[in-house]
Design a protein around this ligand. Structure first.
Ligand code: ZN
Length: 310
C-alpha cells in the first residue's frame, strides 16, 4: 500500500505538530536513537499482567496534542517519530466486525496491552456492541470515514461528508470514547482533506509497518510479514485489521512473538476530545444504511414508519 501525500501539506502538518505539541522525553533511555519527538506527554505504563508472566503489557503511554492535525507514521513526518528503538504501536483498521474484533480484543487482554482502533462508521452502526467492547477494554478509538471510500475520487464536499458522517456514527455509538485520531482509507491523503482535518485539530495516522493482512489472507504469512518488517526497521506503528480473518486468527501468536523478541508496546492517547457536527448528526439519522443498522434501529420511535431494509 502506497502513501500518497502531497509534500507541501506534509511539511505543513509537521510544522503544525511541532509547534503545537508538548514533548517530554522518556526518563530512560534519553532519546536513544529516535528523532526528537514532537507532540507528547509520556508516562510509564503497566507491565504486570495477572496470569501471563510473558505479557507484552504497556511500556509507556503517550498523550498527543492533536492541535493543527499532526501527522504520524509517515516518512514525511520524521520529526513526529516518538518511538525509541524496540518500541511499537499496535493499530487496527476497519473496525469493528462480528467475531473477529472480539478475538483480537481477547488476545490483547491476554497480554494486558493496549492498541488503537480506526473504526469505519458503517461497521460501527452494524456492530455497535463490538465497538463498545473495544471502548470498554480501554483501547483508543479513532475513525476511518463512514464507508471507506478513496477520498481522492470524491469532491471536497463528499470527502468532508465521509469524514464527518463517520465521526457522527462513532459518537452515536460510543460518545466521547472516540478521540481526534483519523486514518485515511488506503493511506491515501488528499491535500484538501489533510487541511480540513488540520482545521478540525485531528491527528492523522499513517503507518510504518503495513501487515498487508488484507492481501495475504493467511495468519502465518501476516505474522511473518510483520516480524520481517519489524526486524528490518526495529520499531514502528504497525497497521493491521481486526476486520481481517487472517489477523484475528494470527494475533495471539503474533503478540507472543513480539513479546519473545523483546518489543515493547507504546499506547497512544489524545489530549483533547472531538465533537461531531450537528448537520452530520442529522444526516446520520436520516441515512437509510444507518436506519437499517443495529444501532439505527434503536432510534426509530414506536409507531413510526419503518425504513425499507433488506
Ligand atoms: Zn481501511
Amino acid at each position: 500500500m502506497r502513501i500518497v501525500l502531497p509534500g507541501a501539506i506534509a511539511a505543513l502538518a509537521v510544522l503544525l505538530a511541532v509547534s503545537h505539541v508538548y514533548a517530554q522525553q522518556e526518563a530512560s533511555p534519553p532519546n536513544a536513537g529516535a528523532q526528537t519527538p514532537a507532540a507528547l506527554v509520556s508516562t510509564p505504563g503497566q507491565t504486570s499482567c495477572p496470569g501471563n508472566p510473558h505479557a507484552l503489557g504497556v511500556s509507556r503511554t503517550v498523550e498527543i496534542d492533536t492541535t493543527g492535525g499532526p501527522l504520524f507514521g509517515s516518512p514525511e513526518a520524521k520529526q513526529n517519530d516518538f518511538l525509541q528503538p524496540g518500541k511499537i504501536v499496535l493499530t487496527f483498521d476497519d473496525s469493528p466486525w462480528k467475531g473477529r474484533t472480539p478475538k483480537v480484543l481477547a488476545a490483547l487482554a491476554r497480554h494486558c496491552t493496549k492498541a488503537t482502533f480506526f473504526a469505519i462508521g458503517k461497521h460501527s452502526v452494524w456492530y455497535p456492541d463490538e465497538l463498545r467492547e473495544i471502548a470498554a477494554a480501554g483501547h483508543t478509538i479513532g475513525w476511518h470515514t463512514w464507508s471507506h471510500k478513496n477520498l481522492f475520487k470524491l469532491t471536497e464536499e463528499e470527502g468532508k461528508t465521509e469524514i464527518e458522517l463517520g465521526l457522527a456514527a462513532e459518537r452515536f455509538v460510543i460518545g466521547d470514547a472516540v478521540v481526534p485520531f483519523f486514518r485515511f482509507p488506503g493511506l491515501r491523503h488528499p491535500e484538501a482533506m489533510m487541511a480540513y482535518l488540520g482545521q478540525r485539530n485531528v491527528a492523522i495516522w499513517a503507518a510504518d509497518i503495513d501487515s498487508k493482512d488484507y492481501h495475504l489472507r493467511n495468519s502465518k504469512k501476516v505474522i511473518a510479514s510483520v516480524m520481517t518488517q519489524l526486524t528490518k526497521r526495529g520499531k514502528g506503528i504497525i497497521l493491521m485489521h481486526d476486520f481481517q480473518q487472517s489477523t484475528a486468527d494470527g494475533i495471539d501468536t503474533l503478540l507472543d512473538d513480539l513479546q519473545a523478541r523483546g518489543f515493547k508496546v507504546v499506547a497512544v492517547r489524545a489530549k483533547g476530545q472531538i465533537k461531531s457536527l450537528p448537520a452530520y448528526d442529522a444526516m446520520l439519522t436520516a441515512n437509510a444504511d444507518f436506519q437499517c443498522s443495529r444501532a439505527g434501529k434503536t432510534t426509530i420511535p414506536a409507531g413510526a414508519p419503518k425504513p425499507h431494509c433488506d
